[in-house]
Design a protein around this ligand. Structure first.
Ligand SMILES: NC(=O)c1ccc[n+]([C@@H]2O[C@H](COP(=O)([O-])OP(=O)(O)OC[C@H]3O[C@@H](n4cnc5c(N)ncnc54)[C@H](OP(=O)(O)O)[C@@H]3O)[C@@H](O)[C@H]2O)c1
Length: 309
């Protein structure tokens, strides 16, 4: 693989740390833009130390500091941003700096979820702008003519799967389980380290240029009924099932205070509306990521559930 100089913004975060590790594992010269405050947090300082030990170059700066952004962008070919969902709109200055530099071969904005142009929960999202902000950043990147790739990986495995999609639980249930909707709609869970490895594979690939790349590995696409059945087989026991209808779930979203209701909203999107899987990938604007790198292995849902036994 041709080596790219890769800047990751958000290396102290959940996904950003995995992205920097994957970039280093593939032997790309790897840079992290780090806020000054991160160095005094013991957990973050440990992450930063392990990245520098593995060869990463850390640059001090932030998304609000134009000088630090311009300095960092000047040193690399690829910029991957992994700031949290709350900070999506804070990428605007970075996008301007990338456009002004004119040298970035690929920008991966912070998205890493369901496709905001496809999700069918516009009414619900009105209160949170979770997807509208991600879509607005896409439009800005397109309008600025910045070479880019969007990673649409659907759910991370650390989100909802550790509880078998049971909001409020920390571990999968062993007696009773709630199934939302008819339980037959399929959603996708991909482990963060696999999302990161995939992203690093995609950064210099002409097949992913200006495309939305979707991850739907075969062992990672499950309905709620399939999840429950798989778990029942693993624990050797049938669970008592309660059903929550679409109407009841909508009521829960309305009645549960923010941010607790977000989990219900994401369940509604994935397992009632089918937002991860209802559409075919349009080759003019998207690509099936799972087919691009046959050598890449994905931790399957079944393997992940084994770790919870
Ligand atoms: N698909 C899913 O299930 C799922 C789940 C969660 C997240 N996501 C997506 O994954 C992406 C990354 O989210 P995450 O949860 O991994 O994020 P995270 O853990 O909250 O990490 C955010 C990172 O951004 C850095 N940061 C924040 N503000 C910054 C600024 N102004 N300048 C520079 N750096 C800044 C933070 O640095 P400090 O250490 O300085 O704070 C931290 O390293 C987001 O797009 C999110 O929507 C997807």
């Amino acid at each position: 693989m041709e080596k790219s100089r890769i800047l990751v913004i958000g290396v102290t975060g959940n996904l950003g740390y995995q992205l920097a590790k994957a970039s280093l594992q593939y032997s790309h010269p790897t840079f992290g833009l780090v806020r000054e405050t991160a160095f005094s947090d013991p957990n973050k300082a440990n992450k930063l130390q392990s990245l520098t030990d593995a060869g990463a170059t850390l640059l001090k700066g932030s998304l609000e500091d134009e000088t630090s952004l311009a300095e960092a962008v000047k040193q690399v070919d690829v910029v991957i941003c992994a700031v949290s969902a709350r900070q999506i709109h804070e990428q605007k200055l970075l996008i301007r700096v990338i456009r002004q530099a004119g040298s970035i071969k690929r920008f991966i904005p912070s998205e890493f979820g369901s496709d905001p142009d496809k999700v069918q929960i516009t009414d619900l999202d009105e209160n949170y702008n979770f997807y509208t902000r991600k879509a607005a950043i896409r439009r800005l990147v397109e309008a600025e003519g910045i070479p880019h790739t969007i990673i649409s990986c659907n759910f991370f495995m650390s989100f909802l799967l550790p509880s078998l999609v049971q909001p409020g639980l920390q571990t999968p249930p062993r007696d009773k389980v709630t199934v939302f909707g008819n339980g037959n709609i399929k959603g996708v869970f991909v482990k963060e380290s696999d999302v990161a490895a995939f992203t690093i594979n995609a950064v210099a690939d002409p097949r992913t240029l200006n495309k939305v790349v979707y991850l739907r590995p075969q062992g990672n696409v499950y309905s709620l009924n399939e999840l429950v059945e798989t778990w029942e087989t693993k624990i050797g026991k049938k669970l008592e099932k309660a059903c929550v209808s679409e109407e009841e779930l909508l009521k829960k979203i309305e009645e549960t205070p923010f941010p607790g209701n977000l989990q219900f909203m994401f369940i509604y999107s994935a397992f009632i509306k089918g937002d991860h899987t209802y559409f075919n990938i349009d080759p003019s604007s998207g690509a099936d990521g799972t087919a691009l790198y046959p050598e890449q292995k994905y931790t399957t849902i079944s393997e992940f559930l084994d770790t919870l036994l």
